[in-house]
Design a binder for this molecule. Sequence first.
Ligand code: NDP
Length: 256
Amino acid sequence: MIGIDMFSLAGRRAFVTGGSRGIGLALAAGLGRAGAEVIIAARDETALASAADSLRAEQIKAGICVLDVSQHDRVRMAVDALETAGQPIDILVNNAGMQHRQPLHEFDIDMFDQLMATNLRSVFSVSQAVAGHMIKRGHGKIINIASVTSLLARPGVAPYTASKGAVSNLTKGMAADWAPLGLNCNAIAPGYFQTELNAALMADTDFNDWLINRTPARRWGRVDELVGACVFLAAPASDFVNGQTLFVDGGLTATV
Ligand code: NDP
């Protein structure tokens, strides 16, 4: 395959967790514009319905799946139900995630567990459920959303940092197990993007000043700037790319 076709997602179906807003919605729209049908998953049905309407307004074929990705058994049931309904998943984007900021010596244990279940265990649960079907078909693309904190720490977010480090390493493990079976498993590590997850940071002038100076591109990222990497990792163009974490961070992790 040569030329722009290698980036086409026509005839593919993508399942994007956390697709109701922020980065997930931008990625769903980007995959849709590249030709994929998309199913967006999250817990809030009203937000999902309105996000799906915004996709359909762009002529993207969009469906919703109300799902808490931290519920292992429910994830399996939801994925199997799609397969049974004749809606197999060709592209999985594990994007759902949460943040909780608290000094490590005071960090609440229940919040630690919730954060790990949402950011890390969900990647295992959804991927395992989807990969079972992909393996039977001999192909599939899994894209995990990691973070610059997969590599680097900042105060107040140690458990998040641990979860995202593990997401990047789990991506390598997925490649080791599933690349021989025809799947491509990779991760995208976004820098800092202005979404609800970062509301506290956006309101913090000191953080803003620090970020602008620390980032070679001298600004926050725009969610649409993650789309190119996602389409690449979802498309035939990346058929020999396995276990990689692609940093889309304005140069932040390339510099001290
Ligand atoms: P948002 O808070 O804007 O969106 C989070 C999405 O995840 C929502 O759709 C939310 O929907 C969904 N979600 C949260 N918990 C669950 C759950 N248990 N089950 C199903 N869906 C869930 O976050 P962002 O768009 O900023 O972040 C998306 C991903 O990108 C996360 O993994 C985040 O860690 C990562 N990231 C973000 C960066 C940034 O700068 N914004 C930087 C690096 C990584 P609902 O609440 O309805 O379930």
